[in-house]
Design a protein around this ligand. Structure first.
Ligand code: UT7
Length: 330
């Protein structure tokens, strides 16, 4: 049984933004000991977009929200809550959500950031949906945005191949019929050492003595993350389907966090979902952290039909992971 809600939060508009500058595999061949062939075979990525110096996560989020408003004729001034999922805020404070509001001339908005790394958008979507379901908020915008290139060592082939910048946004409104149906979101600190950016927080502030310069970069043990990602996303999806009395046959589209094409394929295989149902846009965007899921749906929006059931799943630092079920209604 799908959870019976008095009121659903429904996605009524979606927008996205990718920077124009491309970092291709050929660029990476010049920066580190790697090859286009290896990267394509092991990740499915051909290029990533990189935001120029001087611009920040909020600038991409603003573009994504403006694109959404222009495409779906939404009035920006009616936004009453803004949630921003990001691991690369413009600055430690104030929140990137605040900065976005300032850029959009919004002064009466409940706005803050959430950091659940690559799972951030799913966490924020669940939170945004809950706000709508209470009846207290009617136009809630949920953004996933990351300028993760600020933390990538361009000479480190274990990370430079994967990550790129981008932003995606959805607009949530109340509906009596359908929308965000359910979510299962989890976290477990056993993953902290396998994927992190240590520097710049209160434990390793930039001004500390004996500053370790590697702390400014994203570090990961790719193999450990890979294995955990496949198991955790598959299990979360299956549990969420089970608790709603559904099977993979009911799912029209699987939208997995775009970390590595092999991870997306492995999750699809584990769940027994046909390959054509698993959306992917990783080849030309790479892993954009909190932005991958909204960006992927945005790119495929013309293929989605009203009433389609979408199963979303993500995995990231923490570890944090989970799955969401929603019925498309645009
Ligand atoms: O968003 C969530 C966060 N991140 C992820 O989900 C990422 C998860 N992990 C991955 O995507 C993969 O583990 C990577 C793409 C990072 C690495 O792929 P892999 O298939 O796990 O490669 P590996 O580390 O097992 O390395 C295999 C071989 C090694 O050589 P030997 O020991 O077999 O001779 C590496 O030294 O490939 C070598 N290698 C490379 N060669 C060319 C590792 N990285 C590269 C590279 N270019 N970039």
């Amino acid at each position: 049984m799908l959870r019976n809600k008095q009121q659903y939060a429904q996605i009524t508009a979606i927008g996205g933004y990718l920077p124009t500058t491309r970092r291709t595999n050929a660029d990476l061949e010049r920066l580190s000991d790697t090859s286009d062939e290896w990267i394509m075979k092991r990740t499915g990525i051909k290029e990533r977009r990189i935001l120029e110096d001087g611009l920040a996560t909020s600038d991409m989020a603003v573009e994504a929200i403006k694109e959404l408003c222009a495409t779906y004729q939404k009035d920006i001034t009616t936004i009453d809550a803004l949630l921003v999922a990001t691991s690369s805020p413009d600055m430690p404070m104030p929140s990137t959500a605040n900065i976005i509001c300032d850029k959009l001339d919004l002064t009466q908005v409940w706005a803050f950031d959430m950091n659940a790394a690559c799972s951030g958008f799913l966490y924020a979507l669940d939170m945004g949906a809950a706000l709508v379901e209470t009846g207290r908020y009617k136009n809630v915008v949920v953004v996933g945005a990351d300028k993760i290139s600020s933390y990538v060592d361009t000479t480190d082939r274990s990370t430079n191949i994967l990550f790129g910048d981008g932003a995606g946004a959805v607009w949530l409104e109340p509906s009596k019929e359908t929308g965000v149906l359910d979510a299962l979101l989890l976290s477990d600190g056993k993953g902290i050492e396998y994927l992190n950016i240590k520097g710049g927080g209160s434990r390793y502030p930039y001004a500390m003595e004996n500053w370790d310069s590697t702390h400014r970069y994203l570090q990961q043990d790719g193999k450990v993350v890979f294995k955990n990602a496949v198991t955790a996303m598959s299990q979360a999806c299956q549990s969420l389907l089970d608790q709603n009395g559904l099977t993979v046959e009911d799912v029209n589209w699987l939208v997995a966090h775009q970390a590595n094409k092999r991870i997306i394929d492995a999750v699809g295989k584990e769940l027994g979902i046909e390959e054509e149902k698993a959306l992917n846009n990783i080849t030309y965007s790479g892993n954009t952290i909190a932005a991958t899921i909204p960006l992927c749906i945005w790119e495929y929006k013309n293929q989605l039909k009203k009433g389609d059931l979408l199963l979303l799943t993500a995995f990231g630092a923490g570890f944090s992971w989970g799955a969401s079920l929603l019925q498309w209604n645009i």
